[in-house]
Design a binder for this molecule. Sequence first.
Ligand code: AMP
Length: 418
Amino acid sequence: MQTIDNFNFAGKKAFVRVDFNVPVDENFNITDDTRIRAALPTLKKILADGGSLIIASHMGRPKKNPDPKYSLKHILPHVSELLGINVQFAEDCQKAQAQIAALKPGEALLLENLRFYAEEEGKPRGLAEDASDEEKKAAKKAIKESQKEFTKVLASYADCYVNDAFGTAHRAHASTALIADYFDTDHKMFGYLMDKEVKAVDKVMNDIQRPFTAIMGGSKVSTKIEIIENLLTKVDNLILAGGMTYTFMKALGGQIGKSICEDDKLDLALDILKKAKEKGVNLVLATDSKVADAFSNDANTQIVPSNAIPDGWEGMDIGPASEKAFAKTIEGSKTILWNGPTGVFEFDNFTSGSRTVGEAIVKATQDGAFSLVGGGDSVACVNKFGLASGVSYVSTGGGALLEAIEGKVLPGIAAIKG
Ligand code: AMP
């Protein structure tokens, strides 16, 4: 497989798919530029080699072309500033031929939001709500055809293809996967960010140092079931926390007050417990909970057993005994994966469990463990507690990371790895 370090971009035009889907405020000021900064090492390496950059990204979910609210023009000045050069802009990602032909080594051009074209995602747009199945089928076929042409145009711009957009690696879109077919194996590669993400996932999925502990939190078991099932085949310890605790407690015959619970998932919870036993996985649940009499930061609280929550009270975080038990398991681990808070961490009075988990992960990492934190809220957690620099890797890819942990092959990765 080709690598960005081994490739000399001198005199080459590189199509680089990045994830510049950054949040902007109502005046189009970027409120968090983490994603842009994450792609800089790749972009700078290509420029330093004497290559020219064709930078491609999506932003938001535009429904038409153009859709000014989602224009990448708004972020152009910031991209220029971070790269230290005047980045050019192509208003139409399909009509950039002349601008690209004029690009000199060391120059860069940002293409307008690829998703202005429905072909990027390959999903039909503007179908009437009452469209028949026939019509839907025909529209799908038509967009798949025009997607080929769209992809071909993008590929024609460049001598080589670099994918540095882990955040969209789980999508088989034109610029994230299909375009790779137009480049020889030695002319397509991961960027630095993508490479780091792929290696981090590999360490928790394949190249595992034991014991391996996964901590899954969040609100519901239903959204995590595929991950839990896959993890049961990999981990030594599986800590299940957050709102899903109470579905398990109820399934086991406990009293959970008004805690969040998925009543249609009680059998599933019992099945997970059974499978864990069969596979010899140490499944750890919170034995005590910090409960509140309202879903509010200022509610009254008490610590009770997780399976004996009084009526009118709800589990908002794990209790101190669980914190201690979780930390002990985590600190004795050599590979750690954390997805999802142990409680309603958005309220300051219910952050203790998540903070303890984060701190235990940092401690284990100092002792030589590999730790990966990823998937939306757990990233917010480690940032909130200032612990991000103490873990081995914080993933930038929400959905992509979760699908990778589910054991799925990500199209953006497969397109390059083969
Ligand atoms: P998820 O998106 O499934 O990872 O869930 C994250 C959300 O789960 C956060 O917004 C937390 O506030 C929420 N959460 C965690 N524990 C609980 C709980 N015990 N009750 C209700 N919500 C919870």
